[in-house]
Design a protein around this ligand. Structure first.
Ligand SMILES: [Zn+2]
Length: 256
């Protein structure tokens, strides 16, 4: 059913694009690259195959710096472009993901929480330690703010929100001498108050886990990302990387 829906929507989108061609800007969201049955993990082979497909669809991989330039001036976007992000900073990022990213010459954005414990992650995957994070930075990875302890930000009072968000920014400056330009809401959870606190720090953008392309009228503090999973079919990836994915999500929300 899902495949049929994506096929139909993708076909419609393809026809529209013949007459109305607009470059696409997308952000991919990955978590763990490992051979486990966790929903948020995929193998190196699966990662490579997804990236290869995306490149063959005509997308150019861009780094966080270029992505930021496009947010500042969306009209300067001339080719279909995609930014690759990873959340939480699992140990397998340096072992498994980074070598694959290098094959494609991809500059990625890695969101980490600065208290390197997994208690709020709902899994017992090993996390990168600070030395390994420094090594990733040395190898060209940009780090992003994913709070201090990865809590559900919607449940926190204003002072706790500031501790989590501004505190993590301070931690990263101290630990890695880097001032993160991007933020990702842990578990994709946010409300207006959370966004208000994020706005205090002059992040270039804050990412959700809501699926879709970065449209022309994007909200810098509610940026969409396309969650990438091992279960995705080729047609789903095609559709998610087109307006068809946005339409699918719109219909899905209406039917809920
Ligand atoms: Zn996370």
């Amino acid at each position: 059913m899902k495949i049929l829906a994506f096929s139909i929507l993708y076909f419609i989108d393809k026809i529209i694009r013949i007459f109305y061609r607009q470059p696409r800007l997308a952000v991919l969201m990955y978590h763990s690259v490992s051979d486990t049955n966790w929903k948020f993990s995929l193998t190196e082979k699966e990662l490579r195959s997804q990236l290869r497909q995306i490149a063959s669809e005509g997308f150019k991989f861009i780094g966080p710096g270029n992505f930021q330039n496009y947010l500042d001036d969306i009209n300067s976007l001339k080719t279909d472009s995609v930014l690759v992000t990873f959340d939480d900073g699992y140990k397998d990022f340096i072992d498994n993901a980074l070598p694959v990213l290098k094959e494609f010459d991809i500059e990625s954005l890695l969101f980490i929480h600065t208290s390197r414990k997994s208690n709020n992650l709902g899994n017992n995957f090993v996390l990168l330690n600070n030395d390994e994070i420094s090594e990733c930075i040395k190898q060209g990875v940009m780090i992003g703010n994913h709070t201090r302890t990865h809590p559900d930000l919607k449940t926190l009072a204003r002072s706790e929100l500031e501790n989590e968000i501004l505190g993590a920014q301070k931690d990263m400056m101290e630990l890695f001498k880097e001032r993160p330009m991007f933020f990702a809401y842990p578990g994709g959870k946010f409300n207006d108050e959370v966004v208000g606190t994020v706005k205090i720090t002059d992040f270039a953008g804050a990412f959700t886990v809501n699926s879709g392309l970065i449209g022309r009228n994007f909200d810098r503090y509610r940026l969409k990302r396309i969650g990438m999973y091992k279960s995705m079919s080729k047609i789903e990836i095609k559709a998610r990387l087109s307006v068809a994915g946005n339409i699918y999500e719109y219909i899905r929300r209406k039917l809920k």
